[in-house]
Design a protein around this ligand. Structure first.
Ligand SMILES: [Zn+2]
Length: 367
């Protein structure tokens, strides 16, 4: 009973706080369980007018069908939900460049950063606002753009066009944003770094993918353009669209998905054991972490606390061990270094505890 009142209170608080946000029809394309226990993919349309929203649903379903036919997502399907939010645009399609925007809802344009094929939303605050008001429990966000011109981009929001290779674009970009994987083609010195599928270590006895060496084409392949760095395969989806993920990339995506499930389980456990009124995970955007995955630091934005409220931030690893504790002031953004977290895995739970409420959010640490 007490729990019921708490949920009611939380729902009213949620409704009041975000009543300014616009809501749109939202439905599941794939439902495997409560969003608090699954990895939630949200697909947002851009450049679909009201009369084209039924086409959006069909396009999204086609992408999702291909997505879950591919390894490792085919065997992990029951751990995912897929949600669509029907956001109409005034104008169909995408802008040809940020200099020539059109009146689509999220401002998606080609020629981002001067590269023709880089298709990305320019109005990212609108993406954040739609997510917050319609489905704040998102884990993976896709922006699906209604144009058949080839293009897409990774980063916080995986973006892809409806070119015939669109499902592969989406899968490749999710490999970056969700799987924290590197490109296996040479993308330039700026993108080199230690990742699950990229390393400077060429020693077969110690290389990070040694468990997969000589299976399914996995080896130690130097980049022709920079032979000090190595990739695990010659034709992985992270190199050429339309190929399967190599075993190394499949393993990484599987590990991330299992870790996320474990993080949810730990969060629920922490919530149950908490002395304060913990919010349901649906409300976890009362605190925001960016960038997430983080590398050397992350910004922690606390929206649910009073200006002068003392807030204690606890960071737990997925086994529930306290790794870091920090005092901050409520209703502001703090930059937090990840130095203390390194060496304790890739998935953490950040719990902010104020005078009367506490909120928990996942943090992923990229290598
Ligand atoms: Zn790979």
């Amino acid at each position: 009973m007490k729990k019921k009142f708490l949920l009611l209170f939380a729902s009213i608080f949620f409704a009041i706080t975000y009543s300014y946000g616009q809501t749109f029809p939202t439905s599941y394309l794939l439902y495997n369980g409560s969003p608090t226990t699954k990895v939630n993919i949200v697909i947002l349309p851009d450049g679909y007018t009201t009369s084209q929203l039924s086409k959006f649903v069909t396009d999204a379903q086609n992408v999702v069908n291909v997505f879950f036919s591919r390894a490792p997502f085919n065997t992990l399907k029951s751990r995912f939900n897929v949600v669509i939010v029907k956001v109409p645009s005034n104008v169909s399609g995408a802008g040809s460049s940020p200099s020539y925007p059109i009146d689509n809802y999220f401002g998606s344009c080609f020629y981002t950063g001067g590269i023709q094929r880089l298709l990305a939303p320019t109005k990212t605050s609108k993406v954040a606002s739609v997510l917050r008001s319609n489905f704040p429990s998102y884990d993976i966000v896709c922006v699906q753009v209604n144009t058949t011109t080839y293009g897409g981009s990774g980063g916080t929001y995986a973006t892809y066009s409806m070119h015939s290779q669109a499902p592969d674009l989406a899968i490749h970009e999710i490999g970056h944003s969700y799987g924290v994987l590197a490109d296996e083609y040479y993308a330039g010195a700026y993108y080199l770094g230690e990742k699950a599928n990229q390393t400077k270590n060429s020693n077969p006895a110690t290389i990070k993918w040694k468990a997969f060496l000589n299976q399914g084409g996995v080896g130690i392949y130097p980049f022709a353009e920079n032979p000090a760095w190595f990739r695990p395969h010659q034709s992985c989806e992270m190199r050429y669209l339309g190929y399967p993920f190599c075993l190394v990339c499949q393993n990484q995506i599987t590990q991330v998905t299992i870790s996320q499930s474990a993080a949810y389980a730990t969060a629920k456990n922490l919530k149950t054991n908490s002395q304060v009124n913990a919010a349901p995970m649906e409300l976890c955007n009362f605190i925001r972490i960016s960038p997430n995955p983080a590398v050397d630091y992350f910004n922690l934005e606390l929206n649910a606390f009073k200006n002068d409220e003392q807030v204690t931030v606890y960071i737990y690893d997925i086994q529930g061990r306290l790794i870091m504790k920090k005092q901050v002031c409520g209703a502001r953004t703090d930059e937090i270094s990840t130095t203390q977290l390194k060496g304790n895995g890739n998935v953490f739970l950040v719990k902010a505890v104020g005078a009367t409420n506490s909120y928990t959010q996942k943090l992923i640490l990229a290598e």
